[in-house]
Design a protein around this ligand. Structure first.
Ligand SMILES: [Cu+2]
Length: 502
């Protein structure tokens, strides 16, 4: 396996080039710049929106309080354990895996069905399972020390809930995730519509990158370099665990392609040029209209679903999908069209017709909460990532301490009211900010109104950027707000939101 690195010269070259480019661009702004004194604190900012505000009225019909239960229960056994699997180029790789697969199993339920996952931890470390993007009872959210104790080695935990939204979601550990996710613990949860649109087929592509050294996952996690930059960027990029993922389709097929970015830090900008591809869903929920995927930044945690029609005339053609986030493109996967007669293309209107609250002209409304994103020296890793000057204590992966909830700042969001949240990035690094338990909409970037006809659960905040989002949380509970660059989260960039009826 010592030759593993030599198999990926192009990818490594691209990664190094991107890293150098990023370093050059960002050198004037060291990330450990001292936190701003006198930064607006949550309580000092006047609340925006009243219970009957225009924003709440506009929200009605966007996403529901709950799904109507169908009475069906789906039982799934999920086990996390070390495994050796043919991955990347097909050579054996030591990983941690759900049900001996990387990616883990794709769990499919219909909207309204109850999912009951009996989880067993066969790792030597404590862990939990977080259901990213899923609106569920707070106790099922999988955050150690906040919603549950960690599951110890040999332990079990039953996650049981009725997902409230149809769409593409995923699950992964929420404890020492910078190592546990990186080693291969992630899987996709697909919640199908009550009547799924009649696509020819429904495909999942999980994008990830790996830092491979001498044929193994580099065991150095949370390195100072990764912490000072945009987390751990690997030297091998995979789709569904393979460096050479190929989807073979027939001419005329209309496919639904669900993309997830499961990487610790890498952002992808998938380029489908040459194909008739439209984004129909972001982070689970349908968009208000089909969108051009060009330039969409798929940050860690983000999902997009694409509606792709393979031309009837494309028999024998090959379409490569390329990541263009960094200066040097990375090959992701290819869509190979078989020879032979075309199938009849399923004809149905795009499902991307959701009601998405417009929330225009909200620039003058003060944010209810403002978060300043910064770094400083100190802490366990030598660098701490902070929200309003506070670094959450990271979860230890020893059995003795699983108190991730300790040391978190807690802010309050009134349930069923509209709130503006502002993220001010005082650093030069990327921060994909993820909120548990709710969807939000980007209102503006650097004060300029954004035109995003969709909700998200994760938004990429670029260096020195200010992003305003609007949200009407429906689900009570204590929900995490954190950076989804897992090294940044591990080094403190985590906080909590209490959603309460006021
Ligand atoms: Cu971050």
């Amino acid at each position: 396996m010592a030759t593993a690195l030599r198999r990926y010269p192009l990818i490594i070259g691209a990664t190094l080039a991107a890293g150098i480019a990023a370093a050059l661009l960002l050198r004037p702004h060291p990330p450990w710049r001292a936190p701003e004194r006198g930064a607006a604190s949550a309580s000092a900012v006047p609340a925006g929106g009243s219970p009957l505000s225009a924003q709440v009225r506009e929200f009605e019909g966007s996403y529901p309080e709950a799904a109507s239960p169908t009475g069906v229960v789906r039982d799934v056994a999920l086990e996390a354990a070390p495994a050796t699997l043919p991955l990347l180029d097909g050579q054996p790789l030591d990983v941690w895996a759900y049900n001996v697969q990387v990616p883990g199993p794709t769990i499919r339920v219909r909207l309204g069905e109850r999912l009951r996952v009996t989880f067993t931890n066969r790792l030597a470390r404590p862990t939990t399972v977080h259901w990213h993007g899923v609106r569920l009872p707070n106790a099922m959210d999988g955050v150690p020390g906040v919603t549950q104790p960690a599951v110890p080695p040999g332990g079990t935990f039953v996650y049981e809930f009725v997902p409230k939204d149809a769409g593409t979601f995923w699950f992964h550990p929420h404890l020492r995730s910078s190592e546990q996710v990186e080693r291969g613990l992630y899987g996709v949860l697909v919640v199908e519509d009550p009547v799924p649109p009649p696509y020819s087929r429904d495909i999942v592509w999980v994008l990830d990158d790996w830092r491979i050294r001498e044929g193994a996952i580099d065991p150095q996690f949370n390195t100072p370099h990764d912490l000072m930059h945009d987390g751990r960027w690997g030297n091998v990029i995979t789709v569904n665990g393979s460096i050479d993922e190929r989807l073979t389709v027939r001419p005329g097929e209309r496919i639904r392609l669900r993309l997830l970015n499961a990487a610790n830090g890498r952002v992808f900008a998938p380029d489908f040029s040459g194909l008739d591809a439209r984004v129909i869903s972001v982070d689970g929920l349908y968009t208000a209209k089909p969108l051009d995927p060009a330039g969409f930044e798929l940050a860690p945690g983000n999902r997009i679903d694409l509606d792709i029609t393979i031309p009837a005339s494309a028999a024998g053609r090959q379409f490569s999908v390329v990541d263009r986030f960094t200066r040097r493109p990375n090959a992701l996967a290819s869509i190979d069209v078989s020879q032979g007669a075309a199938v009849r293309t399923p004809a149905f209107p795009s499902p991307a017709a959701a009601h998405v609250a417009p929330w225009r002209d909200t620039e003058a409304i003060a944010p209810r909460l403002e978060y300043r994103l910064a770094a400083r020296r100190g802490g366990e890793f030598g660098i701490e990532w902070t929200l309003n000057g506070a670094a959450a204590r990271h979860a230890h992966d020893t059995e003795a301490s699983t108190a991730e909830g300790d040391g978190h700042e807690v802010s309050v969001l009134p349930r069923r009211e509209w709130s503006k949240l502002r993220f001010v990035n005082d650093s030069g690094r990327l921060h994909p900010i993820h909120l548990h338990g709710m969807f939000f909409k980007v209102l503006s970037r650097n004060g300029r109104p954004a035109d995003e006809p969709f909700f998200r659960d994760t938004v990429l905040v670029h260096g020195r950027e200010t992003v305003d989002v609007g949200v009407v949380p429906l689900d009570e509970g204590r929900w995490m707000l954190h950076c989804h660059i897992l090294e940044h989260a591990e080094a403190g960039m985590m906080s909590l939101l209490d959603v309460k009826s006021m």
